[in-house]
Ligand binder design. Structure first.
Ligand SMILES: Nc1ncnc2c1ncn2[C@@H]1O[C@H](COP(=O)(O)OP(=O)(O)OP(=O)(O)O)[C@@H](O)[C@H]1O
Length: 272
C-alpha cells in the first residue's frame, strides 16, 4: 500500500547553511505523526516545506509525495489549488491567519467558495455545520462575529473549521494548541483526533507538549539540529527511546513521567 505522504531524502538549505538534512518518513491516512525537538531543530521548516511556504532563500531538495505527486515540482498556482483543499494548515497564532475585518462565518464560507462548487445556500449550511462541529455554535459564537470578539480557543476552533472545511487529506498543525490553556488544548486536540478517525485525515503535528503527543500521536519523529535522530511508534519512543537526545528531551519535558510506560497510562477516550 502506498502511504498518503512520503517524504524521501528531504533536505532544506538556507543561503548560509543546511537547515534540514536528508529526512525520510511516511504518513498513512487516518494517522497522526508528531514532530518533536528543541527550538531551532527545524520543525517549522519541515512544516513550511510540506506547505510550499518556505522563506525566500530556503531551497528544498528531495521528494515530498502527497497521493504520489511530488509537491516539490508544483508551480505556485498548483500549490494554491491544494492548499486549503487537500492540505489543511493551522498555526499557533490564529490572529495572523484570520482576517480581522471579516466575520468568522464569511471566512469559513470563503474556503468553501474557493475550493468547492457548492451553491450559496449549501455553503451557508456547510459553514454552520462546521461551526457546530468545532463547538463554536455551542459556545454561543455567531457566524456574524468578528475574530476580535472570540477568545483564543474560539479563534483556533474557527481556524480549524476553515482548515477542515474541504476535508483535507493532510492537516499540518504547527504549535496549534501552544497558546491555549490546558483544558482548551485537550478539547481542540480531541476534535482533531476524532476527525482523523471519522474522515481518515492524516495529521502532522508539531508540539512541545509531550503529554499531548503521547496521548494523540501514532508515530513520533525526533529532530535535532535538522537531523532526524529517531522515529517510530509513539509507544516505543516514549517507553524505550533509543537515542540519548530523545531520552534527554523526554526526561526534561515530562519531569520523570517519561519513565512511565505508555501501556500503564490510563486509557484516553476521544470525545465524539
Ligand atoms: N526566515 C529565516 N531566515 C533564516 N533562518 C531561519 C529562518 N527561519 C528559520 N531559520 C533558522 O532555521 C533553523 C530551524 O528553524 P525552525 O523555525 O524550523 O525551528 P523550530 O524547531 O520550528 O523552532 P521553534 O520550536 O522555536 O519554532 C533555526 O536555526 C532558525 O534560526
Amino acid at each position: 500500500m502506498t502511504s498518503l505522504l512520503q517524504v524521501r531524502d528531504l533536505s532544506v538549505h538556507s543561503l548560509a547553511r543546511p537547515i534540514l538534512h536528508t529526512l525520510s518518513f511516511t504518513l498513512e491516512a487516518g494517522k497522526i505523526l508528531a514532530v518533536i525537538g528543541e527550538s531551532g531543530s527545524g520543525k517549522s521548516t519541515l512544516a513550511l516545506s510540506l506547505m510550499g511556504l518556505l522563506p525566500a532563500g530556503f531551497q528544498p531538495h528531495g521528494e515530498i509525495r502527497l497521493n504520489d505527486e511530488n509537491l516539490l515540482t508544483l508551480t505556485e498556482p498548483q500549490w494554491c489549488q491544494i492548499r486549503g483543499k487537500t492540505l489543511g494548515m493551522v498555526f499557533q497564532e490564529p490572529m495572523s491567519a484570520l482576517n480581522p475585518t471579516r466575520r468568522i462565518g464569511a471566512q469559513i464560507a470563503d474556503t468553501l467558495r474557493l475550493h468547492t462548487t457548492l451553491t450559496r445556500s449549501e455553503i451557508r449550511d456547510q459553514t454552520l455545520a462546521l461551526m457546530e462541529q468545532v463547538g463554536l455554535l455551542k459556545a454561543g459564537v455567531s457566524e456574524r462575529a468578528y475574530p476580535h470578539q472570540l477568545s483564543g480557543g474560539q479563534r483556533q476552533r474557527a481556524l480549524l473549521a476553515m482548515a477542515l472545511a474541504c476535508k483535507p487529506a493532510l492537516l499540518i498543525a504547527d504549535e496549534f494548541t501552544t497558546a491555549l490553556d490546558a483544558r482548551t488544548r485537550a478539547d481542540v486536540m480531541a476534535l482533531v483526533h476524532s476527525h482523523t478517525k471519522t474522515h481518515r485525515m492524516a495529521v502532522l503535528m508539531i508540539s512541545h507538549d509531550l503529554g499531548l503527543v503521547r496521548h494523540h500521536a501514532d508515530h513520533v519523529l525526533v529532530l535535532k539540529d535538522g537531523i532526524c535522530v529517531e522515529q517510530g511508534p509513539t509507544a516505543s519512543i516514549f517507553d524505550a527511546p533509543a537515542h540519548p537526545y530523545t531520552q534527554a528531551l523526554l526526561a526534561m519535558s515530562l519531569h520523570g513521567a517519561a519513565h512511565t510506560p505508555l501501556s500503564r497510562l490510563p486509557v484516553y477516550t476521544v470525545p465524539v
